[in-house]
Design a protein around this ligand. Structure first.
Ligand SMILES: *[C@@H]1O[C@H](CO)[C@@H](O)[C@H](O)[C@H]1NC(C)=O
Ligand SMILES: *[C@@H]1O[C@H](CO)[C@@H](O)[C@H](O)[C@H]1NC(C)=O
Ligand SMILES: *[C@@H]1O[C@H](CO)[C@@H](O)[C@H](O)[C@H]1NC(C)=O
Length: 136
């Protein structure tokens, strides 16, 4: 039964991918638009009914290197945050247990554009979002 679910999942993902490619989008990647000085919510969800607080470790990274936000064992942490995101990034602790690790970025600047990856240490997939910040 496990194998079946796995196969079904792979097949589904494949179909979604094919469908997404047809729509000119990559699998597991979304696009979000924002405006300079505005804010944007970058989605990141993980579906697991057995999430424990200590399992929740998520790293949000921008352009593959910059530390935007960390969630360590169920607690938001800005200790290692890049100063460029200071007081601008927030997550939603009440949503953590639902597997929702979405990030809100405020006071957007043009160079906030780019790729944001949400590394969920417990999952084998890392959802990413392409953010486009437009000038006003
Ligand atoms: C974007 O540019 C501003 C001004 O040059 C700079 O202060 C800021 O740190 C940059 N943001 C990022 C994410 O590097
Ligand atoms: C996750 O939480 C944010 C902030 O509350 C909300 O905007 C978003 O819709 C939520 N996403 C999901 C998949 O529930
Ligand atoms: C991130 O990458 C995007 C697209 O390549 C670029 O527009 C943006 O300025 C970069 N930002 C930083 C802070 O590296």
């Amino acid at each position: 039964i496990y194998l079946f679910i796995y196969f079904f999942y792979r097949c589904c993902c494949f179909c979604i991918c094919v469908f997404a490619v047809l729509l000119n989008k990559a699998c597991l990647q979304v696009t979000v638009e924002g405006e300079v000085r505005g804010s944007a919510v970058l989605p990141c969800s993980f579906i697991d009914n057995h999430l424990k607080k200590e399992d929740i470790t998520v790293y949000w990274r921008h352009n593959s290197s910059q530390n935007v936000y960390d969630i360590i064992e169920g607690k938001g942490s800005v200790e290692r945050q890049d100063s460029a995101y200071k007081n601008r990034a927030e997550t939603f602790p009440i949503e953590y247990m639902k597997g929702n690790f979405s990030l809100k970025l405020n006071s957007l600047q043009l160079n906030d554009s780019g790729k944001y990856v949400c590394y969920i240490t417990k999952a084998h997939q890392n959802p990413s979002t392409q953010l486009f910040v437009k000038g006003m």
